[in-house]
Design a protein around this ligand. Structure first.
Ligand code: PLP
Length: 393
């Protein structure tokens, strides 16, 4: 008999993953060319050549004990040194390896940090719409996710709702910009407002409220938009970074937590992050991936490819009458469903072999998410289906 908690989780298992599986089935039935799968945020752009070169180089390193052995739970010293130096160069911070914990992607990093911070019943706030897995990352440690209502005008976070949602049990606020599912980049002005509210409430309540900045899409920003570095805006910020999207390596499972020395209880948080990495069963982030990404910190995937997809899909959907904010980052469009029930709308889209994820998965009913990290040609082939779908309403 599995646990009651797992039984519930299995029953409500990821809608996105289910659609991905469904897409594979449909492709077998109708042919891959005739199914337009926009469900999963799986990068479609090749990792830079430097990454493949670095993988080969590391794989042939004869120092077997170094490359494949156990290590400190927080990761290789020299990898963390290089990452700290790279962040300092970009953002003028003063990190050392003592601020970096290597993680099993952003998901691993968030599980580590919530293991570190949460007592049962502690609250973590998130702005809707949000990456649905946050529900699990928080409930894994018996925390409570507080979802703030979306601001559907701009999809900037609903700052007005923040202050009254903070209680003595509030441990953290998750910020995710560029955002999944909207592609919106939170402005410096908005982040300043959030910081001011958190500072005020910390003082009033005598607690520490951390921002957990979930940043897998940091490098995916278009038209030169600024993606502010939140530790420079709010002292109690912990950054969860991932190479899954920035270098197109989601299966390699590699990222890091940057934990600034200035945060409250830094020594305890850092030490606990190492222990959490070990006892959650990660032990350490994959050694090969640590070593090869550390050789590629200045590399970028070809953003023009995503940008071309963004322009084609956004302009076409607008032409067919869909409503949508033009995303400034990530690789998602968050489109208003053409009927109030987003699940019914996604089901209708599926009849046209368009796989779109209902917005309710992201805490925002009435919308659907379209992941445009796909082949340009697939988008072109899908356009008549989007047009026909709009014509039905
Ligand atoms: N956070 C957000 C907002 C995401 O969209 C994703 C993956 O899609 C993750 C975290 C998990 O990323 P990773 O593959 O680095 O664990």
């Amino acid at each position: 008999m599995i646990s009651d908690k797992m039984a519930t989780l299995v029953k409500n298992s990821s809608v996105i993953r289910a659609m991905f599986e469904e897409g594979k089935k449909m492709a077998a039935e109708f042919g891959r060319e005739n199914v337009y799968d926009f469900s999963l945020g799986n990068p479609s752009v090749q990792p830079p050549k430097a990454v493949t070169d670095a993988i080969v180089e590391v794989a042939y390193d004869p120092d077997m004990n170094y490359v494949h052995g156990y290590m400190s739970n927080v990761g290789f010293d020299e990898v963390r040194d290089k990452i700290a130096a790279s962040i300092n160069k970009r953002f003028g911070t003063a990190f050392t390896k003592g601020n970096i914990v290597m993680t099993v992607g952003a998901a691993g990093g968030m599980n580590v940090i919530f293991k570190v911070l949460l007592n049962p019943g502690d609250e973590v706030i998130t702005f809707s719409p949000f990456f649905g897995e946050y529900r699990n990352y928080v409930s894994n440690f018996d925390g409570k996710l507080i979802e703030l209502a979306p601001n559907t005008e701009t999809f900037q976070p609903n700052v007005d709702a923040l202050e009254e949602s903070i209680t003595p049990r509030t441990k953290a606020l998750i910020v995710n910009s560029p955002n999944n599912p909207t592609g919106v980049v939170y402005s410096r002005e908005t982040l300043n407002k959030i910081a001011a509210i958190l500072e005020k409430k910390q003082k009033e309540l005598g607690t520490s409220i951390y921002i957990v900045s979930d940043e897998p899409y940091r490098e995916l920003a278009y038209d030169g938009v600024e993606v502010p570095y939140i530790p420079q805006i709010y002292r109690n910020t912990i950054v969860g970074y991932s190479f899954s999207k920035s270098l197109s390596l989601p299966g390699d499972r590699i990222g890091y937590l940057a934990i600034p020395s200035e945060i409250d209880d830094f020594d305890d948080v850092f030490a606990a992050a190492g222990v959490a990495t070990r006892i959650l069963g990660f032990v350490n982030a994959p050694s090969l991936a640590q070593l090869f990404v550390s050789k590629c910190l200045d590399e970028k995937v070809d953003l023009d490819i995503y940008n071309r997809n963004r322009e084609l899909l956004y302009n076409s959907l607008r032409k067919y009458g869909y409503e949508c904010i033009k995303p400034e980052g990530a690789f998602y469009l968050f489109v208003k469903a053409l009927e109030p029930d987003d699940k019914a709308f996604a089901a209708k889209a599926k009849e046209k072999r368009l796989l779109l994820v209902p917005g309710s998965t992201f805490g925002c009913a009435g919308y659907v998410r379209i992941a445009y990290c796909v082949d340009y040609d697939m988008i072109l082939r899908s356009l008549p289906a989007f047009e026909a779908l709009a014509a039905e309403y």
